[in-house]
Design a protein around this ligand. Structure first.
Ligand code: ADP
Length: 285
């Protein structure tokens, strides 16, 4: 209700109190619903955003749990066989000195396996940490390749395998220690799964702003079914288990992959059963 109060004076609003009450009530109700809607919408958004943020953390925790259960499974196998052998020995009425020597020798073999598994696990854990190895410097891949070859040469000589080194001098930004580990894994595998009296080639090729290092052998090769799994932790191809007496835990290539990833590179493999395998590592310079 609008009324003019007196002549020449300013107009005054006289509002019906019922209308005011009604408007107030309606305003409160609509404010209540609007706030409720905003609360619900922000709740839903918050839920999805939290999901997006927490998902990688959840994946990491799941991955860690899988790693722990895989690792303890691998550790359990040699421990069980150690325990069993000792229990069998203890049950003997008159154990002979010769028998106890055999037992100790076999036990040392199992302990050696456990030790090497432990070292691989430690290495994998070290390279698992993002930017865990932060000391990057200009390193020469030829120097690293030469050093690695002198390390693995005794093993190659045992199988009469010749390592042909065609790595050329090329400086890249990298971690010397990690790249050394990477070359050891690839050359070690090429020798382990290579043929007796065979050959291994390590070659570097410049590709624009990258360098490719390939490690080739003419050994047992990898079947198509195994190809997509060999970089998984603890994976060993059937061929490796049945055709060679090589002991391994399937950790080498997962360590290699981590090292390549931390250098923002790429690792791939080409292989044919009974013909051989070529592992290619592409690293930015
Ligand atoms: P390990 O050698 O200890 O078993 P790796 O992670 O280094 O573990 O390799 C995983 C698997 O990939 C091996 O068990 C083997 O089956 C296969 N592999 C790797 N390198 C080669 C190779 N050069 N030739 C044939 N098979 C290979």
């Amino acid at each position: 209700e609008l009324r003019l109060n007196g002549f020449g004076s300013s107009p005054t609003l006289l509002i019906d109190p019922n209308l005011l009450e009604d408007t107030k009530r309606r305003l409160l109700v609509s404010l209540f619903f609007m706030n409720g809607a905003i609360f619900a919408i922000s709740g839903i958004f918050g839920y999805f955003l939290a999901g997006i943020t927490l998902n990688p953390i959840k994946e990491m925790v799941d991955e860690q749990n899988r790693f722990i259960s895989d690792a303890s499974h691998e550790i359990n196998t040699p421990l069980t066989s150690l325990k069993l052998a000792m229990e069998v020995f203890l049950r003997k009425k008159n154990p002979k000195l010769g028998e106890s020597k055999i037992l100790i020798k076999e036990s040392i073999g199992e302990v050696d396996k456990l030790q090497s598994l432990n070292q691989s696990l430690l290495r994998l854990a070290k390279f698992e940490v993002p930017n865990g190895h932060s000391d990057y410097e200009l390193v020469d891949i030829k120097e690293i390749a030469d050093n690695t070859i002198s390390k693995v040469n005794p093993m190659a000589r045992q199988k009469n395998i010749k390592i042909n080194n065609f790595v050329e001098s090329q400086k890249i930004m990298g971690n010397k220690y990690a790249l050394g580990e990477l070359f050891v894994v690839l050359l070690d595998n090429a020798i382990k799964y290579g043929n007796k009296n065979g050959s291994v080639w390590i070659v570097s090729t410049r590709k624009k702003d990258k360098v490719e290092i390939s490690v080739k052998d003419n050994g047992i090769g990898i079947s198509e079914k195994d190809m997509s799994h060999i970089f998984d932790r603890f994976y060993r191809a059937d061929l490796a288990r049945t055709k060679t007496e090589v002991n391994g835990y399937g950790l080498g290539l997962s360590i290699a992959k981590k090292i390549v990833e931390m250098h923002h590179g790429n690792i791939s493999v080409e292989s044919k059963v009974n013909e051989g395998s070529t592992f290619k590592v592409l690293l930015p310079i």
